[in-house]
Write a new protein. Structure first.
Length: 265
């Protein structure tokens, strides 16, 4: 059966958090959670779950999606906190294997807009056992690059993309990118992301080009080798009808009704 893509629901949050942790544990999470070598504690996971649910319901620019494999049942951990009815729905759909979070800024933003988003982000707080200094250094580098390259103009941001490692190469990442790049083209906007080495080739297929390398030196925070991230931009399409979505995934896309850099595909 083909993979499907749809908007993220509350019942998907535990799967989203699982995939996020599994995807980024080998790279950034050991820097952010050095006391546990990148393994999140139950309190850290609950913090992430709470903020993800909050974002789904109240973040003004957020669009979150999951990719599902209908031929495989959900993992028990993804169902453990669900009501009986939500668990039954998830069982009928299949296993969540990929997740993506986009932020859509459809018009130029004012100083008030930036201040409101900063206040919103700060309200989420830090995970209980996180290395706050390391997180601040990383996300400050991200914010500085966006301010320098994008200014206050409208754009589409790929905030997070992660795929269950068991499903790499199945097209989940391409499905997420097809949605985002088509949305950018529909709105006539640039698309922007930060990519690890793992995701760069896929992003290039969808028209993203490196602008610069992110100014974050992971060696200062415990990694033996520098973990670089490329800042990538996909300019808006001027010609009507040009999607720029690159090679199709060959999978079924169902979009329904209308925390970290990406790079895991």
């Amino acid at each position: 059966m083909p993979l499907t893509l749809r908007p993220m629901q509350d019942r998907d949050v535990d799967a989203h958090e699982r995939i996020f942790e599994t995807a980024f544990q080998p790279s950034l999470l050991p820097l952010f959670y050095p006391k546990t070598n990148g393994v999140l504690t139950p309190s850290d996971r609950q913090h992430g779950r709470t903020n993800t649910l909050k974002d789904l319901h109240s973040h003004p620019w957020l669009r979150s999606f999951v990719v599902i494999d209908p031929s495989t049942p959900p993992l028990p951990a993804d169902l453990a906190n669900l009501s009986a009815s939500d668990a039954a729905t998830s069982q009928s759909e299949g296993r969540v294997i990929g997740t993506a979070v986009w932020k859509i800024y459809p018009s130029p933003r004012t100083a008030e807009d930036f201040a409101a988003e900063k206040e919103y982000n700060l309200a989420g707080g830090y995970p209980p056992t996180a290395n706050r200094a390391a997180m601040d250094a990383f996300f400050s580098a991200i914010d500085e690059a966006k301010a320098r390259i994008l200014g206050n103009r409208a754009y589409v941001l790929l905030h997070l993309l992660a795929t269950d490692p068991e499903y790499h190469g199945r097209g989940a990442g391409a499905m997420h990118l097809a949605w985002g790049t088509e949305e950018a083209d529909r709105l006539g906007l640039d698309a922007y992301l930060e990519s690890s080495a793992a995701g760069r080739r896929l992003y290039e297929k969808f028209g993203f080009k490196e602008v610069e390398m992110l100014g974050f030196d992971s060696r200062k925070w415990g990694s033996e080798e520098r973990i670089d991230h490329a800042v990538m931009l996909r300019p808006k399409r001027e010609e009507k009808g040009v999607s720029g979505a690159g090679e199709g995934s060959g999978q079924e896309v169902k979009t329904g009704a209308g925390k970290m850099p990406n790079g895991t595909v």
